[in-house]
Ligand binder design. Structure first.
Ligand code: MG
Length: 229
């Protein structure tokens, strides 16, 4: 007997190769702004700053518009780049919206799951960017419920974004929902807060964080069908 009826996926880092999206978009924004781009220095520094900003955003410390701009201000300052961070921040977002690199095997996996499960998506991200990337990647047509934090004003790990996705999908029974995501602090903690089963997608085999215990852990997405049966 199958236990789950509704599979809720995170997007970036789970279905979408966000590292690739990010490095491509960053290079593209610098190119469009006519600024020299040293990938080795800029990308690492951007990662460091961006993850700091996202942590602060997830904790409610800064707003989405602040996050968009502040990460480039800090990057320019830290790398000594002479240019307009606001301009590059805008170009970065437009480039992001045009890049939708999925991990290999994602569409066949969704295709395989679709006849047996209702599928949904919850993502902390900017609505214009995520809507466009979901459409470009072809993942949107598989999803019964899509919840984008910037669109509804609630982000993971808050329970509201999960409630929204279930409502969108017309699904009421929480005991048949499984959330699958690569972030312990947003996807897994969010699933625990909401009271649903959780599956941590951990391709980098990172050590678990103290206090956040997922129900399942997989290192490859194709392990998912195995834990569903
Ligand atoms: Mg993620």
């Amino acid at each position: 007997m199958k236990k789950y009826e509704f599979l809720l996926f995170d997007f970036d880092g789970t279905l979408a190769d966000y590292d690739r999206t990010e490095s491509w978009s960053l290079a593209e924004a610098f190119r469009q702004a006519g600024l020299p781009y040293n990938e080795d220095i800029c990308l690492a520094e951007y990662h460091r700053i961006n993850s700091q900003m996202w942590k602060s955003f997830e904790q409610g410390g800064i707003s989405a518009p602040e996050l968009r701009l502040r990460r480039f201000r800090m990057l320019f300052e830290s790398c000594g780049i002479q240019g307009d961070p606001e301009l590059v921040a805008g170009m970065y977002l437009s480039s992001l919206a045009e890049s939708a690199f999925l991990f290999p095997g994602v569409l066949p996996l969704l295709e395989k799951l679709r006849p047996r499960y209702k599928l949904g998506l919850i993502t902390n991200g900017l609505k214009e960017v995520q809507r466009r990337r979901l459409a470009l990647s072809g993942t949107d047509k598989y999803m019964s419920g899509i919840a984008i934090s910037d669109e509804i004003g609630i982000q993971k790990p808050s329970v509201g974004i999960f409630e929204y996705a279930l409502h969108e999908a017309g699904h009421t029974d929480k005991s048949t929902v499984l959330v699958i995501g690569d972030s312990l602090s947003s996807d897994i903690q969010g699933g625990i807060n909401f009271g649903i089963d959780t599956c941590w997608f951990n391709p980098g085999r990172k050590a678990a964080a103290a206090g956040i215990v997922p129900m399942y852990e997989i290192t490859r997405l194709d392990e998912l069908p195995g834990i569903l049966e």
